[in-house]
Design a protein around this ligand. Structure first.
Ligand code: GUN
Length: 298
């Protein structure tokens, strides 16, 4: 049996970051300022700290301004909202990302709703999610938009394909389904209560796994030739004592013998998220500054 093609998200993300950097320089020349991204981190979750550090680094590498706000874990809701309001009013800030999850005493939805839709580079406000559902242009969550870019790069026109999205999160599953619907796929959203999940997945030309369960999707769940996008990033113990490694929601070794193409973990979807965040920030900057974005390379 032939081996699935590997969808190289790492390389695609590097290319996207390169295009963003070119467009960011052109924006600065026209607008007389850099595009700016503000990232807010509350508390000391180690994984979130790594993401935020990488976001800051890649923002600067793309020629944009990075504003990092690190708040203590016991920050009051009112103080966090006051910061969001200050960033809403700051003309140097084009995009605002409040890193999730927030500590348990904070109301994530109430905080996200205060982000100006013009600066909602995470695409999580009711305005952005509503516009996506309505099929109107707007800012779209970074990870699912990155998955869509990889799918279109691999498959071209997606219209008429059967797509199964496993997972119904606000950050990935739901917006992913909307994006695939907008591409005229026949979309099924599967989740923890779905009956006969293997049979549902076996219908799919496109499988997007976003459940956070290590290697849940097995080779014999897949239609031969299916395109598999693995959003899972699960840290598990490695063979060597005391070490960990990252694995996806799909049994990669098994699935590779059945699928037509598959994203690896790491190096698949993961690098796309920040690259799309930079892209979204640049799109927002053009709109906020009233500057036309030339070309559609982003
Ligand atoms: N935590 C993990 N992924 C994300 C993301 O895309 N956006 C935000 N705000 N928090 C996250």
């Amino acid at each position: 049996m032939s081996q699935a093609a590997v969808i190289d998200g790492k390389a695609f993300a590097a290319g996207l970051r390169g295009r963003v950097a070119v467009a960011a320089a052109a924006f600065e020349a026209k607008a007389g300022r850099k595009a700016g991204l503000a990232v807010v981190l509350v508390g000391e979750d180690p994984a979130s700290q790594v993401y935020v550090r990488n976001k800051g680094k890649q923002t600067i590498e793309a020629g944009m301004a990075s504003f990092e706000h690190k708040l203590p874990a016991d920050t009051a809701q009112a103080d966090l909202i006051a910061l969001v309001e200050r960033l809403n009013a700051d003309p140097a800030v084009d995009g605002i990302l409040v890193q999730l999850p927030l500590p348990g005493h904070l109301d994530e939805q109430a905080v996200v709703e205060r982000i100006s839709p013009n600066k909602d580079v995470d695409g999580l406000t009711p305005t952005s999610t509503g516009r996506l559902a309505l099929g109107l242009p707007g800012l779209v969550p970074c990870t699912p938009l990155g998955c869509l870019m990889l799918l279109k790069d691999r498959l071209g026109d997606l219209s008429g394909l059967d797509a199964v999205v496993i997972g119904r999160s606000i950050l990935v599953g739901k917006p992913m389904a909307q994006l695939l619907l907008a591409e005229s796929c026949t979309v099924t959203i599967a989740h923890s209560r779905t009956k006969n999940l293997p049979d549902v997945v076996r219908r799919a030309d496109i499988v997007v796994a976003a459940v956070g369960r290590p290697e849940m999707v097995k080779a014999d769940w897949l239609k031969p030739g299916a395109t598999v996008i693995d959003v899972g990033i699960n840290r598990v113990p490695a063979a060597e004592a005391g070490k960990t490694r990252l694995i996806g929601d799909v049994d990669y070794a098994g699935a590779s013998a059945v699928a037509g193409a598959i994203t690896p973990v790491p190096g698949g979807v993961g690098p796309m998220t920040i690259a799309v965040l930079l892209r979204n920030t640049l799109v927002a900057a053009h709109r906020n500054a009233g500057v036309a974005l030339e070309g559609d390379a982003l």
